[in-house]
Design a protein around this ligand. Sequence first.
Ligand SMILES: [Zn+2]
Ligand SMILES: [Zn+2]
Length: 140
Amino acid sequence: MHSGNCLCGQIRYEVDDELDIVVNCHCQFCRRAHGSEFVPVAMLAANKLRILEGEELLSRYEVTKLNSFRCFCSICGTRLFNHNPSLNYISLVTATLSDSTGLNSVANVNMESRSLGFEQTNGLPSFDTVPPMEKLQELK
Ligand SMILES: [Zn+2]
Ligand SMILES: [Zn+2]
């Protein structure tokens, strides 16, 4: 069981999952939303995440092109997770976890829209898009 919260602490969640599939997402949406060259996210089934407090403060920005929602705290702006209802899984921003001990990225994903001025040197397998979960499972 893992838990986490946003910067202001009003949204708290827990995750009933090992979080053993973490990827560095380099897509243009993550880069802009987070103001960062890439963002480590843990992939998990949507029903594994439970909002304990502050659900009413959770804002959802829809990226219509992707049919997915970027979910963040409306008070402090912390990006917590992304949810694509048609895929039924979420990508949880690992930086919001209270304790990320033992978590390690297994791949770089969405490299086709990465920041061109940014040279990735971490040596992880890299993919143009997000590979199927079965493929990611093999990498952990
Ligand atoms: Zn907050
Ligand atoms: Zn992304």
